[in-house]
Every structure is written in C-alpha cells, then in structure tokens.
Design a protein around this ligand. Structure first.
Ligand code: ATP
Length: 263
C-alpha cells in the first residue's frame, strides 16, 4: 500500500550546511502491516515520516500510496489517508475546543465529505467510544480538551485518529513524553486499535524492547539508511543483544551512543 522508491532528502543543498538526511531508501509496506522503527538520534526516522506524510518533499525518488504517485502531493491532501501522532500530546487535538467538537471533526474526516451534525445520537456514540479508555472522558464531552492531562489527550488523539479511518498511521514516539503509567495506557490502547482495526502502522520508538516485542516487522535506521529490515521468524527470535550485535556487524563498529538501548 506504501512504496518508497529510491528516496533521498538533502537539507540545505549546495551550502556548507548540506545534509543528506535520507540517503537512498526503498521500502514497501503491506496492507495491515505493523512496523516498528528504531535508530539513534539523527538517523532520519522523523524525516522519513515527514516524507511519507508530505510535510517534506523528497529531493529524489518517489512515494506511492495505494498505487498513486504522491511524491509531490501536499500534506493536507495526504492527511485524508495518513494519520500521524507526535510525541507532544498537545499536537493532535485542538485545546480550545470541546471533546465533542474535536471528535466530530475527526469523524467528518473519516466520512470524507459527508455532512454530520452533533446530535444526541452522536453524543451517545462518542460516549460509547470513550468508555473503554477508562479515563472518565465520557462524562466530559463539553469540557475543553485543553483541560485534559497529557495521557488523556494522547488517548483522545488516538481515538480520533481511529474515527478518521486512516489508511496508514505514523506514530512518532507518541508515548515518549508521558509518565510511565500513562505511556503504558496509551501504548496498550494503540496495540488494541491496531489489532481491532487491522491498521497499517509504522511506529518510531527508542524502546528496543517494545520494538522487538510489538509489530510484525522491525526497521533499523542509521545515517539516513534502513540498515536492517526483519520480519517473520527472523524478528520473532530477536533480543536486544542480537540487535546490537547485528548493528555492529553491519556497520563494523561499536554503537556510537547508547541511545538505541534506552528502554
Ligand atoms: N527541517 C530540517 N532542516 C534541516 N535539517 C533537518 C531538518 N529535519 C531534520 N534535519 C536533519 O536530518 C537528520 C535526521 O533527523 P531526524 O529528525 O529525521 O532524525 P531522527 O532519527 O528522527 O532523530 P531523533 O531520534 O533524535 O528524533 C539530522 O541530521 C537532522 O539535523
């Protein structure tokens, strides 16, 4: 469903600050696949997501989504098909709008153009959706989202993303800014939604244990390249130690820092 063909991204080309952030990436993502993405700081993970979502356009190469070349398509057009959640819990929802208004916006996006208005039935539907979060949000439909905690807000962002029925979801360290308890709640919810709705997902994490434990496939990035791409039995037998060893074999070097090992 997503094809990345020989994509490169150069920042500040032709200047002293020229930076080849994405070297030459080929990647094919299948429908329903759950991919974890790891790599040290500056490896190019977020830049790759920016290229997929259209925040950035590639310097070379092509990006295809559902058989369509979207390489030059602006972000707002791709946003109909791609849901993205960032580390910052404030980014996915509008803090100055109520929960119900936020949710109706997400629902409208999911029904792509249908007129939907907020009525009693809709409120009941929203409440039904919020109950499983176990955060009491079903009783706070009229509260401004700005009043919610970071964990509550990130859980709401996830729910809204599911309501908007994206074809592909990009999770950019979306639990990293939360305290451990809320991070686990949001991660569990993420895994539940991915399973229940068969969401095609790419998830950046600095937690190698999570990267190994979850998903069908693991990508390791380094210096703008995908240096490891494991799935099936190869992924099942992985441990953090084996991953580190593989990195060292591929790069013929010690890890430059222990960022990859943070857990
Ligand atoms: N908008 C930008 N302008 C210039 N350089 C950028 C820009 N965005 C990223 N870079 C550079 O591209 C390289 C890759 O950065 P990127 O943010 O993709 O790494 P990352 O793997 O997501 O790292 P981290 O784990 O620290 O978030 C870095 O050298 C970074 O400085």
């Amino acid at each position: 469903m997503l094809e990345i063909k020989a994509v490169q991204k150069v920042f500040h080309p032709g200047t002293v600050n020229e930076n080849l952030a994405i070297r030459n990436i080929d990647l094919s993502v299948n429908q329903g696949e759950f991919i974890t993405v790891i790599g040290s700081n500056g490896a190019g993970k977020s830049t790759l997501f920016n290229l997929i979502s259209g925040t950035l356009l590639p310097s070379n190469g092509e990006i295809w989504l559902h058989g369509k070349n979207v390489s030059k398509q602006p972000e707002y057009k791709r946003a109909k098909h791609i849901g993205r959640i960032f580390q910052n819990p404030l980014l996915g929802t509008a803090g100055n709008m109520s929960l119900e208004d936020n949710m109706i916006l997400a629902l409208k996006k999911g029904f792509k153009g249908l007129r939907i208005s907020l009525n009693h039935q809709m409120r009941e539907y929203f409440q039904e959706q919020l109950v499983p979060l176990q955060m009491g949000l079903e009783n706070r439909l009229k509260d401004n989202v700005g009043l919610l905690s970071g964990g509550q807000r990130q859980a709401l962002t996830l729910l809204m993303m599911v309501l908007s029925k994206p074809d592909l979801i990009l999770l950019d360290e979306h639990t990293a800014a939360l305290d451990p308890k809320n991070a686990q709640v949001v991660l569990d919810l993420t895994l539940r939604y991915i399973r229940e709705y068969g969401l095609t997902t790419m998830m950046i994490t600095h937690n190698m244990h999570h990267a190994i434990q979850y998903g069908d496939r693991i990508l390791m990035m380094d210096k703008g390249e995908i240096i490891l791409d494991l799935s099936g039995p190869e992924k099942q037998g992985l441990t953090v130690e084996k991953l580190v060893k593989k990195f060292q074999e591929i790069r013929n070097t010690e890890l430059e820092n222990d960022e990859l090992l943070l857990s």
